[in-house]
Design a protein. Structure first.
Length: 313
């Protein structure tokens, strides 16, 4: 997929500490918040409902009568979430940190190479074995040129929520403890969305004239992608250990477990691609031949990799 790489306005690692939560909240995708509570459905306009009874009844009228109890439950949950966000802001409960950067890079076959001060970081990727809807079998390496290109990396984290949630657990308040945790997960994703917006327009600047609303951004109508480690197009969670030397997780408060999980749990890590034809996709199942080749490129035995790749085998 040939294209002309765009040199970023800022090269190298950048850390943002204690990002203003008011910058992040507008980027929360409430659809996934409700899904976390097993409340499927669309609740458009929920943010416009005031505390008055007339507003509430007017909003509920848009739903079929059978769906109104669930919509009312969603509204009450949303109001509780807004109140908790207010407390988080006023009492400075959480800190939002980020580490990110754009680096020189290139691709060879299905491997992505990122240059930084620690040398050359290799990110082996997997290729779909069943074609996407456009008839092509994708690998993330397809979105990086074979020379003189750039690749971005990022991590966002929400600090302080574990202690906040535990304060409710001590009072046997399970509801507010879960609410704090689900909100922190959404804040981590919202921070990643906000940061990607800043990267596209400012730090990398490949979409400096972008003019989308947040609602349009949440539908990924912009150019470029930010696949997270462990997600469908980058399913090998152990890749996170390759990114650690670049992103320096400990400097923004993230610790990695031996299983590659991030702590705090409300943390997101992944890659940035600016290729105009880059898209999200699912690797799905891979055969033993590709698995053996991937193990060779990861310089790991197949036995070790099986525990990381079980869902794709």
């Amino acid at each position: 997929m040939p294209y002309t790489p765009i040199k970023p306005n800022t090269l190298g690692l950048i850390k943002l500490i204690d990002i203003d939560i008011r910058e992040i909240v507008p980027f929360i995708d409430w659809v996934f918040f409700f899904m976390a509570w097993r409340m499927s459905g669309k609740y458009d306009g929920i943010e416009t409902v005031h505390d008055c009874l007339s507003c509430k009844m007017s909003w509920l009228q848009q739903f079929p009568e059978a769906d109104r109890p669930k919509a009312e439950e969603a509204l009450n949950l949303y109001k509780d979430a807004q109140e908790m966000l207010r407390i988080m802001l006023e009492d400075k409960i959480v800190r939002i940190n980020a580490s990110f950067g754009v680096f020189e890079g290139y691709a060879q076959d299905d491997d992505i190479f990122i240059k930084n001060n620690n040398g050359l970081i290799t990110i082996p990727t997997l290729r779909q074995q069943h074609a996407a809807t456009d008839g092509f079998c994708y690998s993330l390496a397809d979105f990086v040129a074979p020379e003189n290109d750039f690749v971005g990396v990022f991590a966002t984290t929400i600090q302080g929520v574990e202690e906040f949630a535990e304060s409710f657990e001590k009072d046997d308040d399970v509801y507010h403890s879960i609410l704090a945790k689900t909100l922190s997960d959404r804040l981590a994703e919202a921070a990643a969305e906000w940061l990607h917006y800043k990267v596209r327009r400012e730090y990398w600047g490949y979409a400096a004239d972008e003019n989308f609303t947040v609602k349009e951004m949440l539908k990924t109508q912009y150019s470029g992608i930010r696949p997270a480690v462990g997600y469908p197009s980058l399913p090998d969670q152990s890749i996170i250990f390759e990114l650690e030397p670049i992103l320096k997780f400990n400097e923004i408060g993230i610790k990695l477990t031996e299983n590659g999980a991030m702590f705090p749990n409300a943390s997101v890590c992944g890659l940035y691609f600016a290729h105009p034809k880059s898209k999200y996709f699912m690797i799905g199942k891979i055969d033993e031949n590709q698995f053996a080749d991937y193990a060779r490129r990861r310089a790991k035995t197949t036995d070790i990799l099986r525990k990381w790749m079980a869902a794709n085998l």
